[in-house]
Design a protein around this ligand. Structure first.
Ligand code: ADP
Ligand code: ASP
Ligand code: MG
Length: 406
């Protein structure tokens, strides 16, 4: 029997009519013979309103425990209304909140920005399967958790998306459906720029980077629990239909689900271009990179400083890149000189856990510091850290870094 997790954001349940429409869409899937777990946010802007009231009433005098309990009322209310709306349509439903034995989401005690205890949650979430087997539709508070002391916690703003993907993963759901106020993931925020187009699909990796840089449509940490075998999509609430097409989220590829440390087998070369006004003059970066692009030279990495641009290329392309970029330097008064550096080793460390684990970079770099290994450059994204060291230090640095994570 197919199992789906459907999450409704604040706008999607923003008034009684919308809640009725949303409940109908859930019941429609249930009538097709599917098991449905519902996750809901607080109605409309309730969370913002509660936070503002607390701020006006007592500013900083509120404790974390009090604040978590107060904001939890948004989701505590919406699960009760949503569950009743399903029952009004003649189908059995139960709301699930953190005070109940069946509550699945267990976290640490960082009350306002809690981290999920995955093992405990996976175990507890099996309770929901019992309800589903009895033909009951559970309606679970999004955004909330419970710590080992029994205190209410929250997963951080926008955290209901995490709840949905986490439950989808733990229950081995067939699909996670995020219902929101826009038709899916668009080419940009449609509320900021006209003419945004809906995407039919997007990869987990792209979605994560978009979300990390502010695209509110999905919480970046939610995708940590996106299993490659679980379908996922973001759809607009206006359809009133969970089978509506929106934007499918694809992946991640299996090797992105595990921790990996790799040492690039070939050396990398670094070309550094210097100039007094590099950061003040428009178009300098474009001149440098387009020259390489016209000559089919791939750029592995790039970084800019006050007076320099550093470009990483394959060693086999280094001499040609050097010559081509020299032509650009000669022709441009804003650039003064360039240098082709020594061979560099590139070590890439990736793990889906990095996204919500603070201090990863210092943990990785500590053994290098302790062993006097100099880092030439470091870059990081949400789920990976790339370290460039001298080629001769590459093997040793790789072993040290690998040791940290194992
Ligand atoms: P919900 O309450 O359903 O969780 P959110 O307000 O958290 O909804 O997220 C939906 C909002 O995300 C949209 O109203 C839109 O303004 C914003 N958004 C930002 N970037 C994008 C994007 N690339 N595609 C779609 N929506 C986006
Ligand atoms: N209600 C919470 C918030 O506004 C969680 C969510 O909407 O996902 O942040
Ligand atoms: Mg949201």
């Amino acid at each position: 029997m197919e199992l789906i997790v459907a999450k409704f954001g604040g706008t999607s349940i923003g008034n009684g009519r919308r809640i009725k429409k949303a409940a109908r869409s859930v019941v429609k899937e249930y009538m097709k013979g599917k098991k449905v777990v519902v996750v809901v946010s607080a109605i409309n802007k309730t969370t913002d309103e509660l936070l503002q009231i607390v701020d006006e009433a007592m500013e900083d005098a509120v404790t974390e425990k009090q604040l978590a309990e107060i904001v939890s009322m948004g989701e505590m209310t919406s699960v009760r209304i949503f569950s009743s709306a399903i029952e009004a349509l003649g189908v059995k439903s139960e709301y699930i909140d953190p005070f109940m034995d069946e509550w699945p989401i267990i976290t640490d005690s960082n009350l306002l920005n809690a981290k999920v205890d995955f093992e405990a949650t996976e175990k507890k979430s099996k309770e929901l399967l019992k309800l589903l087997d009895q033909g009951i539709i559970p309606v679970v508070c999004g955004f909330l958790g419970r710590d080992p002391n029994g205190y209410i916690t929250t997963l951080g703003r926008g955290g209901s998306d995490i709840t949905a993907f986490l439950l989808g993963h733990c229950l081995k759901a067939d699909e996670v459906i995020i219902v929101t106020d826009v038709g899916g993931v668009m080419s940009t925020d449609p509320n900021k720029l006209q003419g945004a187009k809906k995407l039919d699909k997007i990869s987990v990796e792209e979605m994560r980077d978009l979300a990390t840089h502010g695209a509110q449509v999905l919480h970046p940490h939610a995708l940590k629990y996106k299993d490659p075998d679980i379908n996922a999509k973001i759809i607009g609430f206006e359809h009133g239909d969970l089978s509506a097409p929106g934007t499918e989220i694809i992946g991640p590829s299996k090797n992105k689900m595990v921790k990996t440390t790799t040492l690039n087998p070939e050396p990398i070369s670094v070309v550094a271009v210097v100039g007094e006004k590099i950061l003040n003059k428009p178009g300098i970066l474009a001149k440098l990179t387009s020259k390489l692009a016209e000559n089919s030279i791939n750029i592995i990495g790039i970084s800019t400083g006050q007076n320099s641009v550093t470009i990483f290329v394959d060693k086999k392309d280094a001499d040609e890149a050097h010559r081509l970029l020299h032509d650009v330097v000669i022709a441009d008064d804003n650039l003064s000189s360039l240098s082709l550096g020594r061979d560099i080793a590139m070590i890439t460390i990736s793990s889906p856990d990095f996204i919500d684990t603070p201090g990863i970079i210092s943990e990785i770099t500590k053994p290098l510091r302790d062993n006097d290994l100099n880092i030439v450059e470091i870059s990081s994204s949400q789920t990976s850290v790339v370290i460039f060291v001298d080629w001769n230090d590459g093997k040793k640095a790789y072993e040290l870094v690998r040791g940290v994570l194992e």
